[in-house]
Write a protein that binds this ligand. Structure first.
Ligand code: GCO
Ligand code: MG
Length: 401
């Protein structure tokens, strides 16, 4: 069997997605997600111009060799564009291998280690009351874990804080701007978690995403002040380019740390994992080189008591989520999977067999990944330019958002 064709499908059923579809001489197809929020067309061009011509005529069964060929063969390694493109190929080849074997991909990866994949939802609201009722609605739907993002007095616009059930950070063609105050944030957040614990008791798993906005010592203070509320994790407390920052935070607090949604390779997290500076690795299939490479990251993490907590925002398509669930079901060190349901338009463009029930997601049982793209429906939703926002401090200095 050989690869006979591959094409990139860019569509926007509510938000932009980039999908790779590979066809084989046996008539089988496989799909991979290549979406890089706000930079979608860069990955589409990388695939079209530099990857697809290399795939034609190759044996789709040779997943590892194809991965190494695309990674080492480019000479220019790593980076979100390259790794998302490789991820899409890798994911599509696993999908094809599952169809050839007549097995769901999780069986090829070693079989299930658990009965379902525990997920967390995104609780938020424009007031504390709205936030508490948002958490309550997750609890009613069976969730045992919620990411809590709260409004802060004096800050008018915080990414992820909204009354809407779904938010999309890449909302405008050009970046929107918000104003950030670390002092107001640090002064307020612990009181929010005090209220949440008072209302929901000690066992609901609570998470909080700092979205890279603090310095290490500020993050250490936040982690320490949140200790009484026993968070499952504090996410992206500082930008992770300077990884010594994580050591500093660690020296001051027992609040568990999660990082990795912007990581693309094992080399981005090797030190954080090896030195046990984090508790959860949040890399996911589409941005970290596909199922093959993410498995390598997760296996390294397993050696060092680091659990998985894959990114699962709605800018990762149902193809990525399907692939993530197969891996989540298998790895021994699975922790928690982020789950933000897609819009009905997106679900219709990407028919899939995974399902949510009582706090867990379950991957499809059909051969392969159990997800596809309806190309004629996708064609009705053309690409729309959309940028992620930016944040400035009160004096106008550009900051992390
Ligand atoms: C999360 C995230 C996301 C990112 C988004 C960027 O934890 O889910 O931080 O919502 O901001 O994926 O495109
Ligand atoms: Mg995050």
């Amino acid at each position: 069997m050989t690869i006979t064709a591959a094409r990139v499908i860019v569509c926007s059923p509510g938000r932009n997605f980039v999908t790779l579809k590979i066809e084989t001489s046996d008539g089988l197809t496989g799909v991979g997600d290549a979406t890089l929020n706000g930079r979608e067309l860069a990955v589409a061009a990388y695939l079209n111009e530099h990857v697809i011509p290399l795939l034609i005529g190759r044996d789709p069964a040779r997943i590892e060799d194809t991965w190494q060929y695309l990674y080492k063969g480019a000479y220019w390694r790593r980076g979100p564009v390259t790794m998302s493109a490789i991820a899409a190929v890798d994911t599509a080849l696993w999908d094809i291998k599952g169809k050839v074997a007549g097995l769901p991909v999780y069986q090829l990866l070693g079989g299930r280690s658990r009965s379902g994949v525990s997920v967390y939802g995104h609780a938020s609201g424009s007031s504390t009351e709205a936030l508490l009722s948002s958490i309550a609605s997750f609890v009613e739907r069976g969730y045992r874990a919620a990411r809590v993002q709260a409004p802060v007095p004096n800050i008018s616009d915080i990414y992820g804080v909204t009354d809407k059930p779904l938010y999309e950070p890449a909302s405008a063609a050009l970046p929107t701007e918000a104003v950030w105050s670390t002092a107001d944030y640090l002064a307020h957040i612990p009181s929010v978690f005090a209220k949440v614990r008072e209302e929901f008791g000690p066992t609901l798993r609570l998470l909080h995403d700092v979205h890279h906005r603090l310095t290490p010592i500020e993050a250490a203070r936040l982690g320490k002040s949140l200790e009484p509320y026993a968070l499952t994790w504090l996410e992206d407390p500082v930008p992770a380019e300077l990884q010594d920052g994580y050591r500093l935070i660690r020296q001051h607090t027992t609040t568990p740390l999660a990082v990795g949604e912007v990581f693309n390779s094992i080399w981005d997290c090797e030190r954080l994992i090896r030195e046990q500076l984090i508790d959860y690795i949040r890399a996911t299939v589409v941005h970290a080189g596909g199922i093959t490479h993410l498995r390598r990251i997760f296996d390294l993490a397993a050696l060092h008591h680091v659990r998985t907590g894959s990114h699962g925002a709605t800018d990762l398509s149902p193809v990525c989520l399907s692939a993530a669930l197969h891996l989540d079901l298998v790895v021994p060190n699975f922790g928690l999977q982020e789950y933000m349901p897609h819009t009905p338009e997106t679900d219709a463009v990407f028919p899939h067999g995974y399902r949510y029930a009582d706090g867990y997601l379950h991957p499809a049982e059909e051969p392969g990944l159990g997800v596809d793209i309806d190309e004629s429906l996708a064609a009705r939703y053309p690409y729309r330019p959309a940028s992620l926002p930016v944040n400035r401090l009160e004096d106008g200095t550009l900051h992390d958002w």
